[in-house]
Design a protein around this ligand. Structure first.
Ligand code: ZN
Length: 243
């Protein structure tokens, strides 16, 4: 089986579609594993939920998914994110809200735990350091853990004398073995590692390999739609820089 691992789609349908097209070219996939934040920031939240739901998939809740359905207040969000969140909430259908409301915080599937932020704090924690990765090992029981939230593609690997980490680059293949791993495929809809291309990964369960990919998409098309809806300029501009 092959699984497309996607995180932080953030209402960016153009990026989401480009990732799906690219994943098909890379050998296809049987199922999507989505690591949360389907909505928030981008101009087509409802369409992204609808497209995701048209595939066999698993999905956990992200902080923006929760904020959009009023599951938490947005006082911790910066003003642009809060404004986008309020706009997003108005675009959702009753069915979208029911779907987002039902998303679990974590999912255990085969030898993987799926969480948005981290297994310890699924909604909020940004897992970006070796220290935090070590602490989080006690919070999941599977060999591997998949996360999103930081929009930075990287992998932490438990080694004999500690924890190693690598930033993922396009075409990189992570061979799964006995070592425990925490892997972030990067963000689909709002990359934040200085590379504006959409990021994702494919897990091939037969080969036991996770491959990381970047794909160009029509950034200006997403930006135009955001401008039409009056979404904050800072959120529009950051897509050009991948930040
Ligand atoms: Zn996010």
């Amino acid at each position: 089986m092959r699984y497309a691992i996607l995180a932080d789609i953030h209402g960016n349908l153009t990026a989401f579609q480009a990732v799906l097209d690219d994943a098909t070219k890379q050998g296809g996939f049987d199922e999507i594993w989505c690591l949360g934040d389907i909505v928030g920031y981008g101009p087509e939240p409802h369409q992204c939920i609808e497209l995701l739901r048209s595939f066999k998939h698993l999905c956990v809740a992200g902080n923006h998914d929760w904020a959009a359905i009023g599951n938490m207040d947005t006082s911790d969000f910066n003003p642009a994110a809060a404004q986008a969140c309020q706009w997003t909430a108005k675009q959702l259908t009753g069915d979208d809200i029911a779907y987002l409301t039902a998303l679990p915080l974590t999912i255990v599937q085969d030898d993987f735990t799926l969480a948005h932020g981290s297994p310890r704090e699924p909604i909020w924690e940004y897992l970006l350091s070796v220290e935090l990765a070590i602490e989080n090992l006690d919070y999941f029981t599977t060999t591997y853990c998949l996360i999103g939230h930081s929009h930075v593609p990287l992998v932490f690997e438990q080694i004999e004398h500690g924890m190693a980490y690598r930033v993922l680059a396009h075409g990189m293949r992570i061979e799964l073995g006995k070592n425990r791993l925490i892997l972030n495929p990067g963000g689909v809809g709002q990359p934040r590692d200085g590379d504006p291309r959409a990021a994702y990964a494919i897990y091939d369960s037969e080969e036991q390999v996770v491959s990381h990919y970047r794909v160009e998409y029509d950034i200006s098309a997403t930006q135009r739609k955001m401008a039409e809806h009056g979404l904050p300029l800072s959120l529009i501009l950051r897509l050009s820089h991948g930040w």
